[in-house]
Each structure stands twice: as C-alpha cells, then as structure tokens.
Design a protein around this ligand. Structure first.
Ligand SMILES: [Zn+2]
Length: 84
C-alpha cells in the first residue's frame, strides 16, 4: 500500500524503515539482519558463471522473530516462506 506524508504525517520515516521478513511480515525495530549468498541456479533456469566460476550473488535479508530465525536455520536456502 502506498502512502504519502499527507496520509500518515510524521509516520512516513517510521514506515519507510520497515524491513520485510521471509515470512512476509514487516518488522520495524527488532529484527535479524543478515547477509548471505544466493545460489542463482536455485532461482533461474539458465545461469552463466562469472570469470571465477561463481554462480552466487550476495543477498541481504531480514528475519522478524526467533521462529523465523529457526526456520531459516533449518532451511538456509529459503528465499520466502510459502505457507503464509
Ligand atoms: Zn518472519
């Protein structure tokens, strides 16, 4: 949902600071921020390696809760939880 300062006033900066977890929920002040490597073969049917033979790209993600952290730890290749 889009919004402007006319709609929500001073809440704009707070809303803009929200991070989206793999579960689809938004988190604002409390979250786990992590960097990982995304295997491009898991998200594309055709991938060409770079000059060093790598087929990964850096990825930044956020987790909203200890439950989502546990889900990520049991499946670190997940890019989005699908059961919500
Ligand atoms: Zn979550």
């Amino acid at each position: 949902m889009s919004y402007t300062e006319d709609d929500v006033g001073p809440l704009v900066s707070y809303l803009d600071s929200g991070k989206r977890c793999l579960c689809g929920s938004y988190c604002f002040r409390s979250f786990v921020h992590y960097l990982t490597r995304l295997d491009l073969r898991r998200v594309a049917t055709s991938v060409t390696a770079d000059l060093c033979g790598r087929m990964h790209a850096p990825a930044e993600a956020f987790l909203c809760s200890s439950a989502c952290l546990q889900r990520y730890q049991s499946n670190p290749y997940a890019t989005l939880w699908r059961d919500r």
